[in-house]
Every structure is written in C-alpha cells, then in structure tokens.
Design a protein around this ligand. Structure first.
Ligand code: SER
Length: 317
C-alpha cells in the first residue's frame, strides 16, 4: 500500500481510519474523500482530500489517476436499519460504490478493502459460533448487498487478479464519530447517554446478543488483513472477525462498574429487533486467526473503561 484512497472518510470508521493510515503510510499518501458530510479541519489540513460521489465511476477514476492510488478502502455504505427505510438507496450506494472500486482497480491493478458485516448472515444461519463458511440468506437489503459485495470481490480476484480483501465486521463501538442508521448503534449511544444522563432507553430488547468490536481493533484488523501474506489467504473477502458478544443487560452491568446509578430502560424498535434477531449471537473467527493471525485486544471490560474515559473527556469540552 503506497497511495491509499479512503472512501467515506467522514463516516464512523473512515474518520478514524484516515489518521490511523496517515500515521503508518505518511500524510501525503492517504487521500480522504467525502460526499455530503464535510471532513473535520484537521483531516483536511493534514493530507490530501477531495469531495466525490462514489457512485460516479468517472469522478472516482479521476481521483485514482490524479493521486496514483494503488489501494482503496471502500467504506461508503448505507447501514442496516437505514437501508430498510430506503432499500433502493441502500442498493445503489452499497453496490455501485463497490462495483466502481473493483472496475477501477482492475484497470489500475490495485487492491480493494471492502467491509462485509454480521449483516451478511440471516435467520437460517447457525446463531452461535457462526462458522466462517455457512448458510447466508440475509433478509435485509444491507445484508444482501454485503453478500453480493463478498462474491463480487471473490469474482474480481479470481477473474482479473484484483487484490480484493474484506472482513465481516461486527458492530463497531467508537468515540469520535457516531455511527448512523445501524442496528448495533445502541452499543455506542449507551455510553454517551450513561455519561450525560446516567440513563438510556435501548431500542433492542434484553437477551439480544450481537458481536461487537472496539474501533482500535477494527482499524488494526483492516490494516493487518491488507498487509497479510496473500499466499496464506483462503477466504480473502469475508473473514468473520469479532472481539466480544453481549446483550444490553451485560453492557449496562459493565457500565455500572463505573457509573453505579446508571439506569437501562427499553423502548424496542420492531424493525431493529427483527434485524438483530436475524443476525448471529456470536461468530467463530478462527479462519481470520489462522490465516492472518487476527487477535482482538479489547474485551468488554477494557473497552468500557476506555469509552467512559474518552466520552467523559469529550463531553466536558
Ligand atoms: N453496524 C452495522 C449495522 O448495524 C452492521 O454491520 O448495520
């Protein structure tokens, strides 16, 4: 990876991936792109950035040529719950962006990282220790686009030799940019509400277990996969990765170790509940561990301590 393009640099993952990559590969080698949401001043000042609509292949191609890009981190996506509110938008944004990245990198002979998700699984998938290779019949438009993206990645690798790689991310918890439109968003919101109001109204019911990961692990896993020896990669575009699995009661109990009078209430969103019920409780990520050495650093305890410190400091400013 010499010259990297990050699509979706203003999003939850992109806003932290850009500084992370710039730190490793050099400020001038990481181009941050955004569409509607502008980038923070520090990101614009630290290195190259540009506005593009990632569903427009020509403008993406121009940027790839201008900056001599060899690797794209394809982070543009409409997440699961927002996708159910507008399936055509979700399909257009998720698929056209992925397709453009692959076509452009086919010509540029480069690499593409595209995150897949726990959302690629569906109600007929085994729920516990969900295997790497298993039934995938998702029932959300987001999940369908993620499975299609995994298959397209495999196809462009096999047919054209594009160096496509990807991870099935669980819910990502972070403290810089809020996620938006996802089913796992509650696990970020709960920390802000706990620090601000000592109270949170959760839109998923108790007993809903989902895989989760703290942002530092999510960033490191993406770079480790992209730097992994290609000869060792059997799965390439679809590695299960996880760091922890919990339900709302378990995360609330962990928060109470720091904020003892924190109160968790419920106001269940039926759309989000149905989505969460169709996803795994916990994935088996042994393929990622075996093929490229994946190992998470943060468990729920370590993440919660850090989240409460960081969110408290942020809200005091
Ligand atoms: N965090 C995503 C969502 O909830 C899952 O990949 O939609």
């Amino acid at each position: 990876m010499k010259n990297i393009l990050v699509l979706g640099a203003a999003g939850q993952i992109g806003s932290e991936l850009v500084p992370y990559l710039r730190n490793i590969y050099g400020d001038s080698h990481v181009v941050a792109t955004y569409n509607r949401t502008p980038l923070p001043k520090e990101v614009m000042e630290a290195g190259p950035s540009t506005q593009i609509n990632a569903t427009d292949a020509n403008s993406m191609n121009e940027v790839v040529k201008k900056f001599n890009i060899d690797t794209i981190f394809n982070l543009v996506a409409v997440l699961s719950a927002k996708g159910e509110a507008n399936p055509p938008l979700s399909w257009k944004v998720n698929m056209e962006t992925t397709f453009n990245c692959l076509e452009i990198m086919k010509d540029a002979k480069g690499a593409v990282f595209t995150p897949s998700s726990i959302g690629a699984f569906g109600p007929t998938t085994p729920k516990d220790h969900t295997p790497q290779d298993t039934i995938m019949r998702p029932t959300t438009i987001y999940g369908i686009s993620k499975v299609a993206g995994e298959l397209l990645g495999d196809y462009y690798y096999l047919k054209y030799g594009v160096d496509t790689r990807g991870l099935r991310y669980p819910g990502i918890i972070s403290n810089v940019t809020m996620p938006g439109g996802g089913t796992t968003d509650y696990a970020v919101e709960i920390y802000y509400a706990a620090v601000k109001e000592k109270k949170y109204r959760c839109n998923l019911p108790a007993g809903t277990f989902l895989d989760m990961m703290y942002m530092p692990d999510a960033l490191r896993s993406a770079v480790e996969l992209m730097e992994a020896d290609p000869a060792k990669l059997i799965h390439r575009n679809c590695f299960n990765v996880t760091a922890m699995s919990f339900d709302p009661e378990i995360i609330a109990a962990e928060i109470r170790k720091h904020i003892p009078d924190f109160v968790l209430e419920y106001e269940v969103d039926p759309v989000k509940k149905a989505i969460a019920d169709s996803w795994p409780n916990s994935m088996d990520d042994s393929a990622a561990r075996n093929e490229w050495g994946w190992e998470p650093e943060y468990d729920l305890e370590k993440m919660t301590k850090d989240m409460i410190e960081k969110v408290s400091a942020k809200l005091k400013k």
